[in-house]
Structures are given as structure tokens and as C-alpha cells.
Design a protein around this ligand. Structure first.
Ligand SMILES: Cc1cc2nc3c(=O)[nH]c(=O)nc-3n(C[C@H](O)[C@H](O)[C@H](O)COP(=O)(O)O)c2cc1C
Length: 352
């Protein structure tokens, strides 16, 4: 196995509170990103995606089917770094129309022994204008999506106005857009998934997309893993009948049952929030398979939730996902994980 510096860095990084560790890692990225040659060195260390992993989805070219899920780069600050790690795409955000601080700290917790994260960040966002400004410059060879949400103070019945406002600023600067209506940390947000709320929201967003002449830009909607299956079926039917380009599933779960009994009391003591990471995999996969059973082939699907290895990614792709997204396992396994997955996927493909 090649030398992996993250094995040395992780014990040190994990001595800090999770949000402090995140800030430190981002600061390190900020330092190295502009140094000439550093991104090429990192790309050489992590491994560039092999050429035959390139995938076309919804008319877009993805250098690898493995992408960085929303939530890690909320402000489009480290795109060069994600590209150098071997990601084929990244979802920037969630971006809210107006800046907001998110929930009070502490709001991020990790359970290393189970590779689990609990977060109640609550859409800390610099706002769409600031993020749009940064998106004006972008690296080539990385497909970029924008993940948008509503401000906390915006009442549910005005949610469409918020999604429209964020869309107007972000959409012209990215390759695809995702409507995040499944974060558990903004009160009432998940209620937008109910078919009677979802249909007007999606139609409204398709309207603004047309108004802006972006009809050909893919628009995705991101769903929670906690929906009863009959409701999930009804949601898929709304997505299909409205003509949205695709679905991303899943977001984090409210279900504490994914934590081992040994650690459940500890996780419960951390309070509210959504869980992600290894333990989410089975739950997410059940939801993904249910969606895929109902979804016509021409509607794209991105699998997310607990994916931490080439085997997990292969299962999702074989289930019918066009693309795969990763967040939590990057925190536990480190940047070289992506290259390992890319190369294992490439090997299984060439062996076919
Ligand atoms: C700290 C944190 C913040 C997140 N923020 C967002 C977000 O802003 N928008 C979103 O759609 N998903 C967000 N997510 C959810 C992830 O994109 C992903 O759906 C979820 O973590 C499951 O994938 P994983 O098990 O690979 O982490 C966040 C997750 C974490 C851990």
C-alpha cells in the first residue's frame, strides 16, 4: 500500500474539536492551493482519475463518477484541492440566498470508532452573492454543482422565493444545481419534500430555470433517508412528472438506530442533528434501491450516504446510480481514499 500521510496527520487532527479540525484542514488547503506545483504534486500523490472513468451524465462530462457531497466546501473555497484529490465533481454549498451564521457551536461531532458524524450546522453560509463571486474563477477538469437551501428566518410558504434567489446567483456559474430540501437542521425544510409542497416548488424552479435560459442545465433534488416508502414513491412520481433531471439520495439521518447500542447514549447526549458515515450505508442503500426501482432510466440518480470504499461505490453504480457522492469517509480515511476508489473502479471496469 502506498505511503499515506493522512495516517500520521489524523491522530493529531482528531485531538481537536471537529469544527476546529475542519478549520485547520481548510487553512492548510488555503496555504498550499496557490503554491506553484503543489496541486500537481498532490494530484500525483492521490492519483488522477484514469481516463476511462470519464462519464457523461445529463449531457455533462464527469472525469470520475466519484464526487464530493455538499456541506464540506460551502463557500467554493477549495476547488483545486478537490480536483487534485481525484474527485470528478463537487457540490458547493449549501448556499443560502442571504448570509447566515448557522446554529450555535458545538454543532459538529464525530464517533471515530464507528466512522460516524453528527452535525447540526444549520446552513452556515456566506450567502449566494459572496459564493457566486468566488465561483467566477474555476478550475478546468472538475464538474461543479451548486447546492442551495433556504434561510432559517424565511417562512416555509416563502421557501420558493429563497431557492429562486439563490438559484439566480449561483446557477449561471456552475454545471448543475441541487435543491436541498432534506437537511434536518433547518426547521420545516424537510416538509418541502411532501408531494403537495414539492410539486409547486419544482415547477417554480423549472420556471426560473427557463426564464434564465438554462433549460439544458441539470436540476437535481436531494432527499432524506427517513421518508416512509409510500411517501418516497409519491415523491419520485412528482419528480418524474415535473421533468426534473435527477435525484440525489441521501442526506443525513435522524435515526439514532444506526449507532451501535454501546455508543447510542453518547450520541444522544450530543443532542439534535443528522448522522452520516459508515452506519448510514445500509439505510441509504435501501432508499436508493427503492427510488431506482421506480425511476425511469432517463432520470439521473446520484447515490450518497455511508459510501467509504470501491466496493460500496461499485454496489451503488451496479444498483443503477450514475454517480456517487462521498463526505464522511473522507474525514476518516483521508484524501487518498478517492484515488484508491478511482483506481479500483478502473481496474474492475477494464477486467470486464
Ligand atoms: C458537516 C456536514 C454538513 C453537511 N452539509 C450539507 C449541506 O449543506 N447540504 C447538503 O445537501 N448536504 C449536507 N450534508 C450531507 C452530505 O452531503 C451527505 O448527504 C451525508 O453526509 C451522507 O453522506 P456521507 O455518509 O458520505 O457523509 C452535510 C453533511 C455533514 C457531515
Amino acid at each position: 500500500m502506498p505511503f499515506d500521510p493522512y495516517r500520521l496527520a489524523r491522530p493529531l487532527l482528531f485531538k481537536f474539536q471537529p469544527e476546529t479540525a475542519h478549520t485547520l484542514a481548510f487553512a492548510a488547503g488555503k496555504m498550499v492551493q496557490p503554491i506553484p506545483g503543489m496541486m500537481s504534486l498532490m494530484a500525483a500523490l492521490c492519483g488522477r482519475p484514469p481516463k476511462h472513468l470519464v462519464k457523461k451524465v445529463c449531457g455533462l462530462t464527469f472525469p470520475s463518477p466519484i464526487g464530493l457531497a455538499a456541506g464540506l466546501d460551502k463557500g467554493a473555497e477549495r476547488r483545486e484541492v478537490w480536483k487534485a484529490m481525484g474527485f470528478g465533481f463537487v457540490e458547493i454549498g449549501a448556499v443560502t440566498p442571504e448570509p447566515q451564521p448557522g446554529n450555535p457551536k458545538p454543532r459538529l461531532f464525530r464517533l471515530p470508532e464507528e466512522h460516524l458524524i453528527l452535525n447540526r450546522m444549520g446552513f452556515n453560509s456566506e450567502g449566494a452573492l459572496a459564493v457566486a463571486h468566488r465561483l467566477r474563477q474555476r478550475p478546468s477538469g472538475l464538474t461543479i454543482g451548486g447546492n442551495i437551501g433556504k434561510n432559517k428566518v424565511t417562512p416555509e410558504e416563502k421557501a420558493l422565493d429563497d431557492y429562486r434567489a439563490a438559484y439566480r446567483l449561483i446557477a449561471p456559474l456552475v454545471d448543475f444545481m441541487t435543491l436541498n430540501i432534506s437537511s434536518p437542521n433547518t426547521p420545516g425544510l424537510r416538509r418541502l419534500q411532501a408531494p403537495e409542497a414539492l410539486r409547486p416548488l419544482l415547477n417554480g424552479m423549472l420556471g426560473v430555470r427557463k426564464e434564465m435560459g438554462l433549460e439544458h442545465q441539470p436540476l437535481f433534488v436531494k432527499l432524506a433517508p427517513d421518508l416512509p416508502f409510500d411517501e418516497l414513491d409519491a415523491i419520485v412520481d412528482v419528480v418524474v412528472s415535473c421533468g426534473i433531471s435527477g435525484i440525489v439520495a441521501t442526506n443525513t439521518t435522524l435515526d439514532r438506530g444506526i449507532v451501535s447500542e454501546l455508543n447510542r447514549a453518547k450520541v444522544e447526549s450530543w443532542g439534535d442533528g443528522g448522522l452520516s458515515g459508515r452506519g448510514l450505508k445500509l439505510k441509504s442503500r435501501e432508499v436508493q434501491r427503492r427510488i431506482l426501482k421506480r425511476l425511469p432510466k432517463e432520470i439521473a440518480f446520484m447515490a450518497c450516504g455511508g459510501i467509504s470504499s470501491a466496493e460500496d461505490a461499485t454496489l451503488a453504480l451496479n444498483d443503477g446510480a450514475a454517480l456517487v457522492q462521498i463526505y464522511s469517509s473522507l474525514i476518516f480515511e483521508g484524501p487518498m481514499l478517492i484515488g484508491r476508489i478511482n483506481h479500483a473502479l478502473a481496474e474492475t471496469r477494464s477486467a470486464r
